[in-house]
Design a binder for this molecule. Structure first.
Ligand SMILES: [Zn+2]
Length: 435
């Protein structure tokens, strides 16, 4: 078999395996209440004062232009690199030296320019976040974080490009067969070390102080059959007022992290409900499944890149003499941007199902749907969530079900399990709504 049919076949095979893994998550993940169905019941499930609703809407109206211009720029700049002589001109000034080095340096130039174009939109978004009190950081800290992420991305992409063009030079027709498993292995390794090597660059973590809350959370984990050595508290309050928690890593690096804003900003029962959701991710090994999908995605991308680079019209458009010519780096940027954008709605769809499943796990573990609904309400109000996302933002940006969907799920669980919707940990707290 010649190289191109082989790459196409490998691509199809990898996509099939990815679909099997994603299908497993979709099959077990309960779809939950539909967005449209939940939305119709918003006034009943998530009643808010008109002023509060207006403030949420104004916040999202203020963010939207910058979010969408960043999206358009993130696609347009790489397409200009790949489909016009621009990429070739930015990479081609390096005429001497080995191809891997020229590809890596050229990639740095293209990446730096793309960052410069997107920086103003990111700054505008940060200004909106500050105006609404969600961001409490200094510009020094903001630019420091941005510089750290850019530097990290630059090191990783320069290494990837040098390796890729090294392989391309050594085996122009079969480089992808080596690159695909290597890329998958690198993704697995990065996800494994991410919590211990990368997250500490941005947040400081400390084990939760001995306290009744900590005892409750560890008892909850034990009840759920999810061994947790510690719950880590991140000092997110130096940057944000938002409430959050997450799980990351797998195997020896797996951890449950809660923001300090959550620890000080929510009643213990609601923190317990948040952690129960995170334990749901741990119980179902969602991080591992997500990492496996990302690894397959990296392998598939290598096969796709070979098919694209072996297509003469693309190389002509990019003004590259052949796939191994470093001036084809612009094509890589374009393919990555297009594939990334096309996959975003798919990723979000899968993510929403996985998040819905973690919600179900949390409801079944704590059996306190009223507390769960109150927690969802608190998160939405504190984090200025979009209370009524339209279909396009839902498709493009919603990695979680909407707050109304999640509260509807809690109400449905209460009805099915015949449990009350009260919130006993907050004295005098009324049920969120009568179901
Ligand atoms: Zn989650």
């Amino acid at each position: 078999m010649s190289d191109r049919p082989a790459a196409a076949l490998a691509l199809l095979g990898i996509v099939a395996v990815a679909l099997l893994i994603a299908g497993g998550a979709l099959r077990y993940g309960r779809p939950g209440p539909s967005r449209a169905g939940a939305r119709a019941r918003r006034a009943e499930l998530l009643p808010v004062e008109p002023a509060v609703g207006d403030r949420h809407a104004a916040f999202h109206r203020a963010l939207r232009p910058w979010t969408y211009t960043a999206l358009v720029a993130g696609l347009a700049v790489p397409l200009l690199y790949g489909l016009t002589p621009l990429g070739a001109a930015l990479v081609g000034w390096l005429t001497a030296g080995p191809a891997p080095l020229r590809a890596a340096l050229g990639g740095l130039v293209l990446g730096a320019l793309a960052e410069v174009v997107s920086l103003p939109f990111a700054v505008r978004r940060e200004i909106v976040l500050r105006r609404y009190g969600l961001s409490v950081r200094t510009w020094r800290s903001w630019f420091g974080d941005a510089a750290k992420s850019v530097a990290l991305g630059a090191v990783l992409s320069a290494a990837a490009l040098a390796a890729l063009y090294g392989l391309l030079g050594a085996s122009p027709r079969w480089w992808w067969a080596w690159a695909a498993p290597a890329a998958a292995a690198v993704v697995l390794l990065l996800a494994f070390v991410f919590p211990v090597l990368v997250e500490p660059l941005f947040l400081r973590f400390a084990p939760m102080e001995p306290s009744p809350l900590r005892d409750r959370l560890l008892a909850l984990a034990e009840r759920g059959g999810v061994p947790v050595r510690d719950v880590l508290v991140a000092d997110a309050s130096r940057r944000t007022t938002a409430l959050n928690a997450y799980v990351s890593g797998f195997g020896a690096t797996r951890r449950v992290v809660v923001f300090d804003t959550l620890v000080t900003g929510a009643p213990a029962a609601e923190i317990e409900a948040v952690v129960a959701h995170e334990l749901g991710h741990a119980a179902r090994r969602d991080v591992l499944a997500g990492t496996a999908l990302a690894a397959l995605g990296a392998a598939a991308l290598c096969c796709l890149l070979h098919l694209v680079l072996a297509w003469p019209p693309v190389l002509r458009a990019a003004h590259a003499t052949g796939p191994a010519d470093p001036r084809s780096v612009g094509v890589l940027f374009a393919v990555l941007a297009v594939v990334g954008l096309l996959l975003t709605p798919v990723q979000n769809l899968l993510s929403r199902r996985i998040e819905g499943r973690a919600d179900t796990y949390a409801l079944e573990l704590s059996r306190r749907p009223g507390v769960f609904a109150a927690m969802q309400r608190r998160l939405a109000l504190t984090n200025l969530a979009d209370l009524d996302p339209g279909p396009v933002p839902y498709l493009l940006f919603a990695s979680h079900p909407t707050t109304v969907q999640r509260i509807a799920a809690a109400h449905a669980f209460a009805r099915a399990a015949d449990l009350p919707l009260d919130n006993p940990d907050v004295p005098g707290h009324p049920p969120e709504a009568t179901a």
